[in-house]
Design a protein around this ligand. Structure first.
Ligand code: ACK
Length: 1000
């Protein structure tokens, strides 16, 4: 067959076919090095078929199957056809039957080269530059007879790049890759068919695949292979299964998107008790470690005095002799009962016996120490003891004592009492060992003589008293110190106080006025305490008793002094407080000012309108979110589908339930997992900004989810999505009044923002959302911080973070962002709207845009644009930012146009005469030649068309209509539009030049 092609009567065909072989070998590397995609399941790949392909051709001499071997001895199957000289070609190539497997929608990827007909002389009538792709579904897997009529057309395939004779000479490879979707496919399999109608094609590879969301692990759950829905905008919700030894925390879910990507992870599994997470699996805790709760926490080392010998222990067991009380947490060390109390001492007088001891040396590792006191009466034989009778009273009680002391009352005289004191803690009950006690035997005959004589009052006031007493004259043992015990007589035994002194006198303060107190004193020697002295009773005086009548004058002086001092204190406090308040108010005002200073450039807030507060002025950004945005319980949100990709994660649509209200449709922006704190802050920053606005042309914030994952921002749903793509989809569908209505809405939203002192910095049609009533709302409040934080971004030549085409020159040059720079962007949005989503400055590079603006070039009016609107645009694009209109002017200007629609009837292309005021015409650059002009609008490829049709001067071009442009061979509508728009500007420019007396 090759020979047949090569032997074709026309030399060019030799060339076109000769290229096959050179191309094929270059292609090998491209074909075989291509990476495989994990979310694609390949049903057919001709580059991977080792044997014969066995495809059918009809007629036999139409398509030509060529199989070459590459250097690894793998076959390369190509199909070629090149009957460009003969008319009425109808050559078919049909694949084998391809099983559909699980696919619902298939993708056919074709790689081919195509010869440019223009580069083959004499074939203009017959040569084609496209071929057709067909398919036929069938359950029959055995080859069936080929009937073209049974096949459904998928598409006409054209090349993005065709090659010419010259490319052949230069050995330039122009390989095209085209992918087409086919679906839904319902039968068991299908055939593909390729129809050639007279082109010169080499079909180098055919790959047929379907997409799946591949088996994956996420948040400790597995998700099976899932086939996406045929409807590319709806998602398949897939519930994950927890990995081994994990359990569900919130139902783990993922959504399978049309492209085989997993989206919006929700919920999660966590490792069970005894297991910890490591690299997406749950591993058993090692011996010596434990995990008592499920959750993504690590196994912990067994606490002191506990152990675990086995893997996956939920708890550690206590060592012998150690225990864990019922309420002890598993993290706590095992403990043991305390040792007995120490150093029991007593003091006895006629009526009471006071026992006191020191805490045990070993508390067993716990703090819940208590004491029990058991009283026994023993005879001469200590083994013959009986429990003391019920007459004995313990104050406060005999058991569960918290302090290390107890008072015993109502004992009998001349008896021997043995008191056993035991210490206990929370695990004493658990131990089967007998509890050791501290015991003391006391004879009630005892009580050493009181070494202290009568106590007397030296002086007293309403709340203090000075006491003294007689020292023992010749004590057997030296007195170490004295203990003075005192209490309110009324509350005897309930509580008492004591103090110590080395001298035989004491001053006691802090007494209540008009209260009767009992005082007694005892001495301490190295042998212990003596008995108490007899009680001394005294009632403190009342409030006035201290002021004796004869102290009247003193009283007056003191009162005056106290009064004066009080006045002084009050005044000082007053000044301090007012001064401090003023300082505080000033400081507060300063911080408010700082916040409000965000509406840069000395903006003065519009009276009666709230001002915008920059969330960055909050020390804690979370505080700003909570101040301006409502927290929504995620159970009120139902996510339905993914509608796009935002800067921080998917954007979904769904519904929001509010108690007592109807469900409303919402858009939900999510923050992707694995974010760092700064990303979370930047993400939520938008909500803190949006939450401050309340206007029908600003996107409304419903609330935020910050307390659970994923973090979300919930806003009102805008059915028609972003304005730029909406307009592109509905090119030419709206009346001028409808478009002006949209622009009016945007201007009104911007007026509100500028009145609040907020500078948007990224006003563009892509950041305007449209609802089902065509109401436009300003959105996307994320950018200002990025720009502020990143000085590089403002100067990047590649566009970087600054939206160059939308941004005023002073903002690009020295970051002078203001409502006036927003007005410039608004002019660009007007242009985008009037041109139905055309890209401002088309494919000009950012650098060229900056330069041409600097030179005075401004975007021409889009086709069909009323003069009044283009003039408003030009007004917004004044170099001098002070001359640009304010948003309030824009709104009233547009209102006037809407009220007077006839003002919109004059289109820029209709202008024939001079403009009323020549000053209104912008200073467009002077183009010297048609070539320069076409270069400036990136349409140089049509230079020859203009020349060939006799348009050699700009004057002649300026008279061209759209028909003329079509006639000279500009067939693409976008190109026609661009050229005609520019011709209109050219016309204005020429008129302006003529007015000034210049000639081009
Ligand atoms: O052009 P679109 O359809 O509109 O695609 C983008 C995508 O999400 C990523 O931003 C769409 N989108 C964003 N916010 C909303 C909203 N509030 N209502 C509807 N669509 C939205 C936007």
């Amino acid at each position: 067959m090759v020979g047949q092609l090569l032997g074709n009567p026309v030399g060019i065909l030799d060339m076109s076919c000769g290229v096959k072989f050179s191309l094929i070998f270059v292609l090998l590397r491209v074909l075989f090095t291509d990476s495989s995609h994990s979310n694609q399941v390949v049903l057919l790949d001709t580059t991977a078929v080792l044997g014969e392909l066995g495809w059918k051709t009809y007629p036999m001499n139409g398509w030509d199957a060529i199989t070459e071997m590459d250097e690894h001895n793998r076959p390369i199957h190509t199909f070629q056809v090149c009957h460009v000289m003969e008319p009425n070609q109808n050559n078919w190539l049909r694949s084998n039957w391809i099983s559909r497997e699980a696919a619902q929608k298939i993708y056919v990827e074709l790689r081919f080269t195509l010869r440019d007909c223009n580069s083959i002389p004499w074939v203009s009538g017959t040569c084609k530059e496209t071929f057709n792709l067909f398919y036929m579904e069938t359950d029959e897997s055995h080859a069936i007879k080929f009937k073209p009529g049974q096949y459904t057309k998928i598409d006409t395939i054209a090349a993005d790049e065709s090659f010419t004779q010259m490319d052949l000479g230069d050995r330039i490879l122009k390989l095209n890759t085209e992918v087409r979707e086919v679906g839904p496919i319902t039968k068991k399999g299908f055939y593909l068919a390729f129809q050639d109608i007279g082109a010169c094609i080499a079909l180098v590879s055919v790959r047929v695949y379907y997409k799946k969301c591949p088996f994956t692990f996420r948040n400790l759950a597995t998700f099976p292979d899932t086939i996406p829905r045929v409807d590319s905008s709806s998602l398949v919700e897939v519930r994950g299964a927890c990995v081994k030894n994990a359990e569900e925390r919130d139902t783990p879910k993922l959504y399978c998107g049309a492209d085989g990507d997993w989206l919006v992870p929700l919920g999660r599994c966590v490792c069970s008790v005894g297991y910890e997470e490591l690299d997406g699996t749950c591993l058993a805790c090692r011996p010596g470690f434990y995990k008592a709760f499920s959750g993504n926490i690590k196994c912990s080392k067994c606490p002191p005095h506990s152990f675990s010998y086995e893997e996956s222990s939920p708890l550690c067991h206590c060592e012998k002799g150690f225990f864990r009380a019922e309420k002890d947490p598993p993290t706590m060390a095992c403990t043991r009962p305390p040792s007995p109390p120490r150093n029991v001492i007593f003091n006895i007088n006629e009526t009471s016996l006071f026992l006191e001891w020191s805490p045990p040396s070993d508390t067993g590792g716990r703090k819940d120490l208590t004491y029990n006191v058991l009283c026994k009466k023993c005879g001469a034989d200590p083994r013959q003891c009986e429990l003391c009778g019920g007459d004995l009273r313990f104050v406060p009680r005999p058991q569960g004592l918290i302090n290390a002391s107890v008072t015993v009352l109502d004992f009998t005289a001349h008896a021997n009492y043995t008191f056993e004191i035991e210490s206990l803690n929370g695990v004493s009950e658990l131990s089967s060992f007998p509890r050791p006690v501290a015991a003391i035997t006391i004879s009630t005959d005892q009580g050493g003589p009181s070494l202290v004589g009568m106590v007397r009052k030296d002086w007293a006031s309403q709340n203090s008293i000075a006491l003294s007493w007689q020292e023992p004259e010749q004590p057997t043992l030296p007195v170490l110190d004295y203990e003075i015990k005192y209490y309110e007589k009324e509350h005897e035994q309930l509580s008492y106080s004591s103090t110590r002194t080395k001298a035989p006198s004491v001053i006691i303060t802090g007494l209540k006025p008009s209260t009767r107190y009992i005082f007694h004193v005892r001495a301490r020697t190295s042998a212990g305490y003596s008995s108490y002295s007899p009680k001394f009773e005294y009632e403190t005086g009342d409030e006035t008793s201290d002021m004796a009548a004869d102290q009247g004058q003193v009283l007056v002086i003191v009162t005056a002094a106290v009064g004066g001092f009080t006045l002084l204190v009050i005044l000082t406090l007053f000044f301090l407080i007012t001064g401090r308040c003023q300082w505080y108010i000033k400081a507060k005002m300063k911080s408010e000012e700082k916040r409000r200073a965000h509406y840069q450039n000395g903006h003065i807030p519009f009276p009666g309108i709230k001002t915008y507060i920059d969330p960055d002025t909050y020390e804690d950004p979370t505080q700003a979110v909570h101040e301006f945005a409502k927290e929504i319980d995620p159970s009120r949100i139902r996510i339905e589908r993914v509608i796009g990709a935002g800067e921080f994660g998917e954007v979904c649509s769904g519904r929001l339930r509010t108690p007592g209200k109807r469900e409303i449709p919402v858009a939900i922006k999510t923050l992707k997992g694995g974010y760092v704190e700064r990303q979370r802050r930047d993400f939520l920053r938008e909500a803190s900004i949006m939450g401050q606005f309340d206007h029908p042309n600003i996107i409304r914030l419903e609330g935020v989810v910050t307390k659970s994952r994923p973090v979300m921002i919930v806003v009102e749903y805008m059915e028609n999505g972003s304005l730029d793509s909406f307009l592109r989809k509905h090119d030419g569908h709206f009346t001028v009044i409808q478009l002006v209505g949209m622009l009016r809405g945007i201007a009104s939203g911007m007026k509100y923002l500028s009145d609040m002192g907020y500078v948007h910095r990224d006003l563009a049609a892509r950041n305007i959302l449209v609802n089902s009533n065509l109401v436009c709302k300003v959105s996307d409040f994320g950018l200002s911080r990025v720009l502020e934080d990143d000085p590089e971004a403002a100067y990047t030549t590649s566009g970087g973070k600054i939206p160059i085409r939308w941004t005023a020159p002073e903002a690009i040059a020295y970051r002078k962002f203001s409502s006036a720079s927003d007005a410039w962007s608004y002019g660009i949005v007007m242009w985008e709207v009037m041109s139905y989503g055309e890209r401002p400055y088309w494919e000009m590079s950012n650098q060229d845009v900056i330069l041409s603006i600097e030179e005075g070039y401004r975007l021409p009016a889009p086709m069909g644009c009323p003069v009044a609107l283009h003039q408003l645009m030009l007004h917004c694009w004044q170099k001098e930012r002070g001359l640009r209109p304010k948003f309030t002017d824009i709104v009233s200007f547009l209102d006037k146009l809407i009220r007077n629609p006839s003002s919109l009837l004059t289109l820029v292309e209709d202008i024939q005469g001079l403009p009323e005021s020549p000053g209104d015409v912008p200073e467009y650059p002077m183009f010297i030649s048609i070539g320069d002009w076409l270069d400036s609008i990136k349409m140089s490829q049509y230079k020859n068309n203009f020349m060939a049709a006799g348009y050699t001067t700009l004057d002649s071009v300026s008279t061209m209509s759209i028909e003329d442009v079509r006639r000279i061979g500009v067939t693409l509508i976008g190109h026609q539009r661009r050229i005609v728009s520019s011709i209109q500007t050219l016309r204005l420019q020429l008129l302006h030049v003529q007015e000034k007396g210049f000639h081009v």
